[in-house]
Design a protein around this ligand. Structure first.
Ligand code: SF4
Length: 349
């Protein structure tokens, strides 16, 4: 389902709003939103392509001007244990703080809001359009919502007041202080854990792994419903021992009930030469997760969905059946297994 809204004039002011978390330093103005901590002089643009210093202040160019706006099934994020079968009003501006070789959305993530065609959607309109389109949630997604932080925060604050839930689909690459503030208005998150090896993480994304692990803990500790995606890329992130180590870390750090999605890679962007991930590799990843005590491991991005049904972790009854992004059966009753009464972690209503 796509969403149609007014397109902005091309001569719109690009300095949309004074940026949060900026700090003057002797070398320039520092942005403290993400671990890149860009220090910028007059006229310079940030690594994420959507912040610029203008008249000695840091501005965000990404506020009220998304280049993508769609109505998505929540399963597409993916979120499997959060309002299954519901719709999410999904928005993104241009820009990202990482440079992943495998980015599926590089045409919007690796550019700037002054180079994309943008909708005219200020935060109040985001909320009213979500309600008008019977979306139970707003998803800040596709590119990297932590780089359109102010837009996400203000829209999410208004949405919360209006009874609409907020979801972020993010790389988790954000500093702790802005993340904690955002968590106070976010209901669910799907965070990409792109690799569990510092060297691979840096080569693949241009970022560091540890801040992402810290973010996972903050989301969980602050009561945001969390699911994790691990994209399995042949030759990069498909080492089963490393996947096992990642799952052990998750298990040891309190994420046993956090759904873990092993997603299939398809050749894209700067990794065109690689084959798609063999489905068998994804199944082995699910097995590794299960043997480390992860209770809800899924495969994703696989035709026919393969391992995508939710089973009761206690009695094994299939509770939610999925076909693609469609729910074909759901017998979770008041958050419990309809057969044995075991609690099924998640947000079900
Ligand atoms: S959010 Fe953007 S401007 Fe801020 S530190 Fe990160 S990459 Fe730099």
């Amino acid at each position: 389902m796509s969403f149609a809204a007014g397109i902005m004039d091309e001569d719109q002011d690009i300095y949309r709003k004074v940026a949060m978390y900026q700090e003057e330093t002797p070398r320039g103005i520092m942005c403290r939103i993400c671990p890149n901590e860009c220090v910028l002089k007059e006229g310079e643009t940030s690594k994420c392509n959507n912040r610029r210093v203008h008249n000695s202040k840091l501005y965000t160019m990404a506020f009220g001007n998304p280049c993508s706006a769609n109505i998505d099934p929540i399963e597409k994020k993916p979120l499997y244990h959060f309002l299954p079968g519901s719709r999410a009003f999904s928005i993104a501006t241009a820009g990202c703080n990482l440079v992943c070789l495998n980015c599926q959305n590089w045409t919007i993530s690796q550019t700037s809001p002054d180079k994309t065609r943008n909708y005219d959607l200020m935060p109040d309109k985001v909320v009213s359009e979500a309600i008008k389109n019977q979306c139970r949630s707003i998803a800040y997604t596709y590119s990297e919502p932590m780089t359109f932080y102010e837009y996400t925060l203000e829209s999410a604050t208004l949405a919360r007041k209006a009874g609409v839930r907020n979801i972020v689909k993010s790389n988790g690459y954000i500093n702790q202080e802005p993340l904690k503030k955002l968590c106070s208005v976010v209901d669910a998150a799907n965070i990409d854990l792109k690799s569990f090896n510092e060297t691979t993480y840096l080569k693949l994304t241009g970022g560091k792994l540890q801040p992402v692990l810290d973010s996972l803990k903050i989301y969980k500790d602050m009561g945001v419903w969390l699911e994790i995606t691990n994209l399995v890329i042949p030759g990069w992130t498909d080492n089963i021992n490393e996947i096992g180590r990642m799952c052990k870390w998750l298990s040891d750090n309190g994420f046993r009930d956090t759904p873990l999605h092993f997603s299939r890679f398809y050749p894209t962007h700067k990794l065109q030469q690689l084959p798609p991930t063999p489905v068998e590799v994804l199944r082995n990843a699910v097995k590794a997760a299960t043997s480390e005590g992860i209770r809800y491991a899924y495969t994703g991005n696989v035709p026919g969905n393969d391992i995508s049904d939710t089973k009761c972790a206690s009695c094994g009854t299939v509770l939610v059946k999925r076909l693609g992004f469609t729910i074909t059966a759901n017998s979770v009753s008041k958050g419990k297994c309809s057969n044995c009464g075991n609690v099924v972690p998640g947000v079900w209503s």
